[in-house]
Design a protein around this ligand. Structure first.
Ligand SMILES: [Mg+2]
Length: 365
């Protein structure tokens, strides 16, 4: 019966997204090393690579790499300056395709989304994934990889293993064995710092992590320890997928010219926070976390977020927190050369309906 089994999470990640968007307009570049980023021959070369085609990757080119390094590694690459408005436009078409396959589509970034599919067996879930891939390629000329699992975290890890253009299905009873040989960095949220910490404890693979007790790792990792160990054992703690509550909501503004004046940034942050607060208000949602992000002139990105401790509503707490975070982030880059700012965005998370007692946030504290 529909709903009696847990849903499948189809984690869809478009391959080399910005490059794929550009190749739609310039198909003659297919099969060649293509890099989307500020071209190193034009003006200052302190920007970073945003996306590299699979043909450029064997040379060692990766996203977020300084363009000067990428140009040295892959001198034959064709450079295309980024067009974010185009990528946003195409992303809307992608979401429309995904929504044909489920009423519940949860976007996580411009090129990643989870499609929640209910009431089908594993083979049917795999067929849905294949149709999604086929429609994205035929209608939008965009290759995608899809990971399928019962949880979002494992589906995402599976997607990374399916790239490019693959499908990877992880059945619930295979999850621990699938994860065990992977490096700890394969886990979303484990960055270089956590990797270093874990290595210090003799933990290199997800399997090593699964063999530890959360209490052994508490000192190093705090409350993240329990989450990590359950995921490593193939049983991530997640909120049930597919509730219709949004997980996060954000709004952003790209300046017509890069901005290096705090007053202008602050005014924009206030406007964005106000807009966001009124849209949450219309939906009767309170928020528990506020975040701010900048995309700098060199296209690199920094973000910072803060829990408010208890769910709030209205524009005042949101605006105060957002301005504060924006200022911290701004000051932290004072000595670096990444300024000025191209885009600023304000985000909220941890929503609680206004009618409901806020159990999880109280528990959280
Ligand atoms: Mg991608």
């Amino acid at each position: 019966m529909e709903g009696s089994t847990p849903p499948w999470v189809l984690y869809v990640d478009l391959d080399a997204y910005y490059v794929s968007c550009e190749l739609r307009d310039r198909p003659e570049l297919r099969g060649r090393p293509v890099i989307v980023g500020p071209p190193p021959t034009e003006g200052p070369t302190r920007g970073v690579v945003l996306s590299a085609s699979y043909e450029a990757r064997p040379s060692g080119v990766r996203s977020a790499m300084p363009v000067a390094v990428a140009a040295r590694l892959c001198p034959e690459a064709v450079w295309i300056p980024p067009d974010f408005a185009k990528y946003e436009r195409v992303a809307r078409d992608v979401r429309a395709v995904l929504r044909r396959h489920s009423p519940t589509v949860i976007p996580f970034s411009i090129d990643e989304a989870a499609v929640i599919v209910r009431g089908v067996d594993a083979e049917e879930a795999r067929r849905v994934a294949a149709s999604i891939q086929q429609e994205l390629i035929e209608e939008l000329a965009l290759p995608a990889s899809v990971g399928i699992a019962r949880s979002r975290a494992i589906a995402k890890i599976a997607t990374d293993r399916a790239k490019p253009a693959g499908i990877r299905l992880v059945l619930p009873w295979e999850a621990a064995a699938f994860l065990a040989p992977l490096p700890v960095r394969a886990i979303p949220g484990v960055g270089p710092k956590t990797e270093e910490l874990l290595r210090g404890l003799g933990i290199l693979t997800v399997g090593d992590l699964a063999g530890r007790k959360p209490s052994e790792l508490m000192r190093a990792l705090g409350s993240f320890a329990g989450e990590l160990v359950s995921l490593a054992r193939g049983e991530p703690r997640e909120e049930p997928e597919g509730s219709d509550e949004p997980r996060s909501r954000s709004t952003d503004h790209t300046f017509a010219r890069d901005v290096d004046r705090w007053e202008e940034i602050e005014e924009t942050v206030r406007t964005l926070a106000g807009e966001l607060a009124s849209s949450l208000d219309r939906e009767n949602l309170r928020y528990g976390t506020v975040g701010v992000a900048y995309r700098w002139a060199d296209f690199s990105r920094s973000q910072r977020s803060r829990s408010l401790g208890a769910a709030r509503e209205g524009s005042l707490p949101l605006t105060d927190a957002a301005v504060h975070l924006a200022r911290e982030l701004w000051d932290s880059e004072r000595s670096s050369r990444r300024r000025p700012v191209r885009t600023v965005s304000v985000r909220t998370e941890r929503f609680v309906p206004r009618t409901q007692r806020q159990v999880f946030l109280d528990d959280f504290w």
